[in-house]
Design a protein around this ligand. Sequence first.
Ligand code: MG
Length: 160
Amino acid sequence: METRIGVGYDIHRLVSERKLFIGGVEIPYIKGLLGHSDADVLIHAICDALLGAIAEKDIGELFPDTDPKYQGISSSELLKVVLELVRKKGYQVSNLDTVIIAEEPKFAPFKNRIQESLSKIMNIDKDRVGLKAKTNEGLGELGRKEGIACYATVLIKKES
Ligand code: MG
């Protein structure tokens, strides 16, 4: 069995009059993330981790923000396209681990729903979807609640 690892990172700015989507779940909050798509920063980090594992172009190259086709698109759809690329290369996702860095809102009440949502989109068991949410201890842009950042690590495997 061949295994490969990938890492992804993303950050988006929090602004008024946008809905907040994290891991395909709408989170009630006074602000949302700015972006060409629905700006689901967690899914974007996961996409880049998967793309990195197969040494493909990154999410910005695959889905350019100049392309009107991706205007307001649900990031779940982008993740499905990325997963198809992974499958075409003969791999399946073994597990993933993720970190959300946000001063606000508190993600603990939504953790379960986010894990369920990701496991559904990615067609893997929920116990293969790691999720942690932390604050930035009030430091820097994230600490001033100006944005939300996410990290993702994935392991993919190919049966030989
Ligand atoms: Mg992004």
